[in-house]
Design a protein around this ligand. Structure first.
Ligand code: SF4
Length: 318
């Protein structure tokens, strides 16, 4: 049996909710038992509405937020138990790209200094810096001339290329991308997605691609995980998920994607109500108040994520 490059097992993150002193302490279950396995050169897309726990999952994997419980196995080794120093070593291999690169860059530093930070932090010999800087700029489709610019002198797309350059300059194995194209115009989005695919081919990267946009995920992912209120409700190959979704929530999300083919017959499934508060989630299947197929059992019994027709689904119907 081959081991996945990254395996997440039963990941949980609870945040303490504000409570009044005489009440029992309450928790918000932001991530509840998420498991997934990422192979070399694979892209897993994690989709779901805002607040479903997908970004918290990404941050817990990198331990930018400490998970409450669960395991994150990188090359078979659980990284949730590593010391701060050991974890810093691992960050060479697992990097992150954020939605807003400006928010994670010091605006007073030039691109050269921004990209040099990880090289200095990981004690890469000075002699290698120039070559890594120029090669990385080439890889992300920018010229060396951009190294002497400040972030505010770049376009949104160029800034995201710098965000990607900073993530790949140490030549990691995995990049967690949190809504990397959501703030960009559609034409720039596709350039960045194509760049990510080229980098995956050239550097053999694996991606965990977090997005609320199923259209974007369809473009880039090999496997897709759908999250609802902190839980995975369906994990399938891109083809299975987009051609024949099984979970009612996946069906509803897919039905909301605009048609590209005018002859395509597509019935829009309108979800009932709003996303419930994660601090007070529904009993049983958390999706039951909004599900058009809900049965009595759905109100009381939580469906497990089960293997069905070569994919995983959590629904009593399936
Ligand atoms: Fe709908 Fe019930 Fe399936 Fe939940 S378990 S998705 S409520 S049919």
């Amino acid at each position: 049996m081959t081991t996945a490059l990254l395996e997440v097992k039963n990941l949980e993150k609870k945040f303490a909710a504000k409570s009044v002193w005489f009440q029992k302490k309450q928790y918000v279950h932001a991530v509840n038992g998420v498991s997934l396995a990422l192979d070399e050169k694979e892209t897993i897309g994690i989709v779901g509405e805002s607040g479903c726990g997908k970004s918290t999952t990404g941050r817990c994997i990198l331990r930018l937020i400490e998970p409450t419980s669960g395991e994150v196995l990188f090359q078979g080794k659980d990284i949730t138990t590593l010391s701060k120093r050991e974890m810093n070593e691992i960050r060479k291999d697992i990097q992150m790209v954020f939605q807003d690169p400006m928010a994670s860059m010091n605006p007073k530093l030039k691109v050269r200094e921004i990209l040099s930070e990880p090289l200095i932090a990981h004690k890469i010999p000075r002699l290698e810096h120039e070559q890594l800087l120029s090669e990385t700029m080439r890889l992300v489709g920018l010229s060396e001339e951009h190294l002497s610019r400040f972030p505010h002198e770049l376009s949104g797309g160029q800034r995201q290329r710098i965000g990607i350059a900073r993530a790949i300059i140490l030549r990691p194995k995995i990049v967690v991308l949190d809504e990397p194209v959501s703030a960009l115009d559609v034409s720039v989005q596709s350039q960045i997605l194509n760049l990510l695919q080229d980098l995956q081919d050239e550097l053999g990267l694996s991606y965990l691609f977090i997005s609320h946009d199923l259209g974007v995920v369809e473009h880039i992912a090999h496997t897709v995980g759908v999250m609802y209120l902190g839980e995975m409700v369906e994990i399938a190959s891109k083809e299975q998920l987009f051609e024949q979704p099984l979970h009612p929530y996946t069906k509803a999300l897919l039905s909301a994607i605009p048609k590209t083919d005018p002859d395509e017959v597509k019935e829009r499934i309108i979800l009932k109500g709003e996303l419930p508060s994660p601090s007070n989630p529904p009993t049983g299947c958390k999706f039951h108040p909004r599900c058009i197929f809900a049965m009595d059992i759905c109100k009381t019994a939580k469906p497990d994520l089960r293997q069905v027709e070569g994919r995983q689904v959590a629904c009593h119907l399936v």
